[in-house]
Unconditional design. Structure first.
Length: 182
């Protein structure tokens, strides 16, 4: 990472690009754009479960992800008029198999969501494997660290629910064939 004097504009452009996922693709670097240093670590630590519950209510996450956050087993209606799109909001409870998974697993292919990756999914629309989520899942790009990490804490505090959710379809990003192919 090089930083030259008088290149502020490029710097801003660069962080915008990485926010959009065109630059660095690891969760930490993309988050860096909105994360800025030590003070945000304090904000993150200040995050609380009740504030997360409030934020989830205010942002209406449950309209798609369900009151128990265990996802939608039926395709969500009324989000788009595109007939090819089928949206199933994933299970956001801490269930290891069907929910957010176990973030301490060494194998990246089997690793669950880390807190940073969750924050990035919510704000920037990328999943834990760096793949773009269907754009119909709103990007809450303006969310503060305090709010997003409060939501993360709240999700982690929920009772795990074992409920497998179908993969969403939103061509060209996610095709029907991939859904059945697994
Ligand atoms: C309009 C319906 C809708 C709303 C509202 C919504 N989501 Fe989602 N969300 C989705 C869908 C659909 C997906 C799956 C997209 C995909 O698979 O590409 C998703 C994916 C996610 C993921 C990634 C999960 C995974 O397994 O990869 C997270 C985390 C998430 N949403 C959190 C939230 C939070 C937190 C809120 C509220 C602040 C919220 N969502 C609001 C529909 C919604």
């Amino acid at each position: 990472m090089t930083r030259k004097r008088g290149m502020t504009l490029l710097g801003i452009f660069g962080s915008l690009l990485s926010t959009l996922g065109c630059g660095g693709t690891d969760a930490a670097s993309a988050l860096g754009a909105t994360d800025g240093g030590d003070s945000s670590a304090t904000t993150r630590e200040a995050a609380t479960v009740p504030k997360g519950a409030e934020a989830v209510m205010k942002r209406k996450c449950a309209t798609c992800h369900g009151d128990n956050m265990a996802g939608s087993t039926k395709a969500i209606d009324g989000v788009t008029s595109d007939p090819r799109v089928e949206l199933y909001a994933p299970n956001l409870t801490p269930d290891i198999e069907t929910g957010l998974g176990d973030s301490s697993v060494a194998d990246p292919a089997k690793r669950g969501y880390t807190d940073l990756a969750l924050a990035r999914a919510i704000r920037n629309g990328y999943d834990k494997d760096d793949l773009q989520l269907c754009p119909q899942m709103t990007h809450f790009a303006e969310m503060t660290d305090f709010e997003v990490f409060s939501i993360v804490k709240y999700l982690r505090s929920m009772p795990p629910v074992k409920q497998k959710i179908l993969r969403s379809v939103c061509p060209p990003l996610k095709s029907k064939a991939e859904q059945s192919g697994g």
